[in-house]
Write a protein that binds this ligand. Sequence first.
Ligand code: NAD
Length: 499
Amino acid sequence: MIVPHFINGTELTSHSDSAPSTGPVFNPATGAEIRRVAFADSKTLEHALDVAEAALPGWRATGMAKRAQVMFNLREIIVSRSAELAAVISEEHGKVLSDALGEITRGLENVEFCAGVVHHMKGEHLEQAASGIDVHQTRQPVGVVACITPFNFPAMVPLWMISTAIAAGNTVILKPSEKDPSAANWIAKAFKEAGLPDGVLNVVHGDKQAVDHILSSTRIKAVSFVGSTPVASAIYSTASAHGKRVQALGGAKNHMVVMPDADIDAAADAAVSAGYGSAGERCMAISVVVAVGAIADELVEKITERTKNLTVGRYDDPAAEMGPVITKESLDRIATFVAEAPQHGAEVIVDGREWDFSHLPGEGYFIGPSVIDHVRPGMPCYDEEIFGPVLCIVRVDSYDEAVEMINANKFANGTAIFTRDGRTAREFEFAIEVGMVGINVPIPVPIGAFSFGGWKNSLFGDTHMYGPESFNFYTRRKVVTSRWPLPDESQINLGFPTN
Ligand code: NAD
């Protein structure tokens, strides 16, 4: 079976006469190739662009109430069939079903926000800006936009992007990750069922070749991207060089500072939950625990004990707390970070490579959770994004040392501090150079009424994703100055207009 594109409300594997090239889609829990996904050639991409351009005038002219209704309907469809969507996500991604349901809920937050489109698209009006002159500002869609999404949230990240783009009156080309492409098709069909006209949302599958076509096309006016930092950086430069509006969210290395006054049990629970949930394949996963002062030994002991008790298994095993990682390459990469850590002076105190998965059928991409202690900046396991179930522990003497280290890091997506002292928390919030901050909250993904985004190498561009900033990204503001003079009020005046 080939996962098809979804263009103009119809599934197709190619718009060319030739058979499509395809890529493999694996079930990470067994390592088996379960289907293939069509890769769009340029003819198919141009067809999708024709369709999206043709749908734009009609969708742009569609009333806000109708757009809101589509969002309400979509929400009902996804809520009532969330188990079905979760199974689609988990089979190709590997995350446990409860986690897939969590991803759907967080994606729905933005659909709910977009149901308030009548409010978010409202402009401003100033009566009597000058004598007899009124000024108002409207928001208009930017046109055909492209959304390019990563493997780790195959439903949530598309819902973050496309719901806002569509509510704002744009038409969309969605290019999901080729590693787990089916959730995007499921969502596109749900949008159609919710009443979205054909051609407004088009799913086009592919890899770098498809992305390169998108980036250079003058028909696409804006690009939203989420993925790894090297690709995000390249997308930002190339798409902006082609005159597009771009937001490109990249990788992360999220630190969790544990102060000596923190509740150590709560901090250990949080570190383990946020470090290993979704096998550490979350851009907001905690990957570095920064133990401040004398609590380090106790904290490491509690983290170790909890880590060893985790249950790793298939996504459909209700007892499993985390599943496999996405690919064999990813598995090998993660294992190498753990294997080489001692050479760089760190100490592996829980080794995920030693976990026993021999009872599981197939050759899934399983690795257990690891804890690496005595990590320092300059070691590969600290400097690079591992994107797997590995917690690095850095021991520091003081709060100042912790802040200095985090602020020196090239990534700045999320961070957290665990403390019982309000003043320390407030100082941290003020001083830390990171886009999203948690205070006794390890994964501070903002709720849908705020926007999501990191700083530095975690986001290239000016606007954050979903929520209010997203409506800025997907609209252009137009300011209208109007005057209705009486016939005898007209005169020639070559001076620059003032009041
Ligand atoms: P990725 O960069 O490999 O792929 C992301 C998308 O880009 C996919 O659609 C892929 O097909 C495409 N792509 C891959 N290589 C490309 C290339 N050379 N040129 C053009 N397009 C290319 O990322 P991934 O492995 O799918 O996702 C994991 C990464 O995403 C991690 O680094 C993670 O931190 C990051 N991420 C960040 C956020 C955030 O909000 N900052 C959220 C989720 C994931």
